[in-house]
Design a binder for this molecule. Structure first.
Ligand SMILES: Nc1ncnc2c1ncn2[C@@H]1O[C@H](COP(=O)(O)OP(=O)(O)OP(=O)(O)O)[C@@H](O)[C@H]1O
Length: 307
């Protein structure tokens, strides 16, 4: 079930500008996030993701533009009570137990989940009496997630939430995100794992040099590059392949030439008819990483996408 209210965005940012001396960290960013929507904020190092989130949390004020969280000014008590956060740099008192941390955070919110519910969602019931400093990286990450959701916030900010998690823990975490979304919670996610953004996000926002250079559904962004990637090794020059039907772009990765095609069957037919000398041929779906790299390469203001 998608629970979206298109008239009242939970996050509203309008034309936000922020400069740090001569660096334009945010350059006219506008954004709306609705109830039950998962939005992935992507971009290379230094693109402006943290700066944008810091504004939404009320830790920075914009030079110009307007921001609101559930209709409230970022940083105000009313806005903070609508927010749950996991930050990369979360620093916790090491001697408090899991249970103590959760109980402390529950007090900040008017209608928190019960301790039992929270422990069960994040699968930390058995570790509730363990001190923070004794937890593994993945267990700490689950506790951070517990603290982010304990107040039943309308919006959860997740900054690189699955760094350090093993494959199984990451899949469990994705399940928690989907559950939150189904209950109507909005999620703003930053991640360098593009597979994660692809799997979870309703909408991708690509920031570059403080500007949103692309936004849309992951499928739509991928389809702009063509549906398939045809990979092979060859000694022949690109000009031979450019003329093949349905080729949208050519790139090189290591020893391989890669053709993106919006109709792989027709491109392959053409390729074989011409009897070009190729080897180690494979055909794959275009990934979100392919699509974002291509956008970066075609955007003159863009540095290489570093995800
Ligand atoms: N307090 C500050 N003073 C000066 N420059 C800053 C400050 N904070 C951020 N910047 C600059 O603003 C730009 C955007 O930085 P930001 O931290 O928002 O990027 P990011 O997308 O979060 O990057 P990363 O993926 O590396 O965390 C960068 O050029 C950064 O150096």
């Amino acid at each position: 079930m998608t629970v979206q209210d298109s008239t009242h965005p939970i996050i509203k940012a309008c034309n936000i500008e922020k400069k740090f001396s001569n660096i334009k960290a945010l350059d006219g960013v506008s954004l709306e996030v609705f109830r039950g929507e998962v939005v992935a904020l992507l971009g290379a190092n230094g693109a402006g993701k943290t700066t944008l989130i810091s504004h939404l949390l009320g830790q920075l004020t914009p030079d110009s533009g307007e921001l609101s969280i559930a209709g409230h000014t970022p940083g105000s008590l009313a806005a903070r009570q609508n927010i749950g956060v996991i930050l990369q740099s979360a620093q916790m008192p090491g001697n408090l137990t899991v249970k103590e941390h959760i109980e402390l955070y529950r007090r900040y919110y008017p209608a928190p989940l019960s301790l039992k519910e929270i422990l069960s969602i994040v699968k930390l019931s058995d570790l509730q009496h363990r001190k923070f400093y004794t937890l593994s990286g993945g267990q700490k990450q689950r506790l951070f997630f517990a603290l982010a959701i304990c107040g039943q916030p309308k919006i959860v900010f997740l900054d690189e939430p699955t760094v350090g998690l093993d494959v199984e823990a990451r899949r469990d975490f994705w399940q928690c995100i989907r559950q939150l979304k189904a209950e109507g919670t909005s999620i703003l996610l930053t991640t360098h794992y593009l597979e994660e953004a692809d799997a979870l996000a309703d909408r991708i926002l690509l920031l570059n040099n403080g500007k949103i250079i692309k936004q849309g559904r992951s499928e739509t962004i991928k389809s702009q590059l063509g549906g398939k990637r045809i990979r092979f090794k060859t000694a022949m020059a690109d000009c031979h392949f450019k003329a093949l039907s349905f080729v949208t772009q050519i790139q090189h990765r290591g020893d391989f030439t890669e053709l993106f095609s919006s109709n792989a069957e027709e491109t392959l037919k053409d390729l074989f008819t011409q009897q070009f000398k190729i080897r180690d041929l494979s055909v794959e779906q275009v990934s979100l990483e392919d699509a974002l790299l291509s956008l970066s390469n075609n955007n003159p203001t863009t540095q290489e996408y570093a995800a």
